[in-house]
Design a protein around this ligand. Structure first.
Ligand code: MAN
Length: 531
């Protein structure tokens, strides 16, 4: 806007001046007047030739560059200058002189064709002036808005800097708090770990006792199964009835092999069977259920209870051993340590493969230690989370404070905003300094048309173009990217989007932040006007 506006300024001035006609050959612009002096020979403007002055505009082309015939159609490459008083001067190819078509608004190109041209320059000038005045008005109002934006940005920057200092103090406090809570946590985790280990150890010991009991029961049951003649002894013949016990599994279970299993004797009683049992228990297949090992009789409850007077675990309220997590991951166990109302899985327990039951709940003291450790872990986690948030806040503030929002931070207000434009197919979204996207109107996901890259205007007007890069890859093409051209306006709005080249998008964005102070128009530069 600024450049265009400055270029148009002379025109505005011209249109407001009174005419002072400077004499020169037809078709010659004022800027070249000095090369056409009536009483001197004329040298072609390319210097190629000098001719008497009366051959200028004599309807015969003498100069290769056409400069001797600025006011006739004699030279194919000549150009005719329309003064267009009241509007803007211009050049037309000299071939259009007297061709019956009115090209210059001041009618001067049709001086000898008889074409009925109307001088429309004043009218055009008036219209142009009106539209330029409108633009100037917009620029003026836009510039006022921009000044406010600059003030806001200044305030915003101060606020952010203030906030940053606050956050820095908070961060220091939080760092101290995190360290204190870490120590507190570690202090209570040590006794927690030890108590849990004790609990686990007691449970392991209990399981070992249970396993032993089961083993004895199974052994007794197998003895009864093997003792075919119920004489209270297991003999070579009894063993031979179980072919699966063949030690070398060669298909022939011999008496000698059976005797070997019996420890070199022919028969064993229940006491001696204990050592035989070790030799056969892995292979033995129960007669009751040939596919499974020998049936195991669960020892009567009374027996267990009486055998284990010191038993610390209630029989029907044994939590799963798996619930007993190891020390390293116990920080993450949400179920851990609810002694007073244990979770269903812990209360009911899950049966082990060996039917060894589930680990019992923690005793009161252990549970208290777990609760205390968990509380310390929660407090520590909470403080760490707060510290991370504060860190993020600081990073964001740092980023915003050092961001290039223009020479006077006039673009800062765009940082948190997005602007949309709906076309027939897509909704385009521009979030300045973040990203541009494209979402199909009738279903389909959003496509990234580029994330913030840089200011990319020409050297003297760098803040007039934004570049967004590295968007979603284009099939057999480049990654999508978007160029956003900014022009001055009172509103902040995306006015158009296009895709000049596949996956390379162009957006027009109006914002007061690019408005420049309009130059003053009340000047008496009549003398500079070319007529
Ligand atoms: C999608 C859109 C278009 C783009 C094509 C390229 O349809 O992102 O803008 O031209 O993909 O394949």
């Amino acid at each position: 806007m600024s450049c265009r506006y400055l270029l148009l300024l002379p025109l505005l001035l011209i249109m407001g001046v009174s005419a002072v006609e400077v004499q020169r050959p037809r078709g010659v612009p004022l800027s070249k007047r000095q090369f056409y002096e009536e009483d001197k020979p004329f040298t072609c403007l390319d210097g190629s030739r000098t001719i008497p002055f009366d051959r200028v505009n004599d309807d015969y082309c003498d100069c290769q560059d056409g400069s001797d015939e600025p006011g006739t159609a004699a030279c194919p490459n000549g150009s005719f200058h329309c003064t267009n008083a009241g509007y803007r001067p211009g050049f037309i190819p000299s071939s259009r002189i007297n061709d019956g078509i009115c090209d210059c608004c001041d009618t001067t190109d049709e001086y000898n064709s008889g074409a009925a041209c109307q001088n429309t320059c004043r009218d055009l000038g008036r219209k142009e002036k009106e539209s330029l005045q409108k633009l100037a008005e917009i620029a003026k109002e836009g510039f006022l808005l921009k000044k406010q934006l600059i003030q806001e940005a200044k305030r915003g920057l101060e606020e952010k800097k203030g906030k940053l200092s606050e956050v820095q103090v908070t961060k220091k406090d939080l760092e101290g708090r995190v360290e204190a809570l870490r120590t507190a946590k570690e202090t209570v985790e040590q006794p927690e770990r030890e108590a849990k280990e004790r609990h686990l150890k007691a449970w392991e010991d209990e399981k070992a006792v249970i396993r032993q009991e089961k083993e004895k029961v199974r052994m007794a049951s197998v003895f009864l199964e093997l003792d075919n003649d119920s004489d209270g002894l297991v003999s070579v013949a009894d063993l031979l009835s179980h072919a699966e016990l063949d030690p070398d599994s060669d298909g022939s279970f011999t008496e000698a092999e059976a005797q070997g299993l019996l420890g070199g004797v022919d028969k064993v009683d229940t006491f001696a069977f204990e050592s035989v049992w070790n030799n056969i228990k892995e292979k033995y297949v129960s007669e009751a259920s040939p596919d499974t090992p020998a049936p195991v009789e669960t020892p009567p409850q009374e027996k267990r209870d009486s055998d284990n007077d010191s038993e610390p675990y209630p029989d029907d309220d044994i939590p799963d051993e798996e619930e007993e997590d190891d020390e390293d991951d116990d920080e993450d166990d949400p179920d851990e340590g609810d002694y007073k109302s244990p979770p269903a899985t812990q209360t009911q327990g899950r049966k082990d493969e060996d039917d060894e039951g589930t680990m019992p709940p923690y005793d009161y003291e252990t549970q208290n230690l777990i609760d205390a450790a968990q509380k310390a872990r929660d407090d520590f986690d909470e403080a760490e989370r707060a510290l991370r948030e504060v860190d993020d806040q600081m990073k964001n503030l740092d980023k915003e404070i050092s961001f290039d929002f223009g020479p006077n931070a006039e673009f800062a207000h765009l940082y948190d905003q997005c602007y949309e434009l709906s076309t027939s197919e897509y909704v385009y979204k521009l979030c300045p300094f973040h990203r541009v996207s494209q979402k199909p109107k009738f279903g389909g996901s959003e496509t990234n048309l580029g994330t913030w890259g840089k200011w990319a205007g020409p050297e003297n007007d760098i803040y007039s173009v934004m570049k967004f890069e590295h968007g979603t890859g284009c099939w057999q093409g480049p990654n999508r990217s978007t160029t956003v051209k900014l022009t001055c306006g009172k509103e902040t709005v995306v006015t158009s989007t296009s895709e000049p080249s596949r996956c390379e998008y162009l957006m027009e964005f109006i914002s007061p932040a690019v408005c420049q102070e309009p130059p003053s128009l009340d000047s008496d530069v009549h003398k500079h006007a070319e007529l």
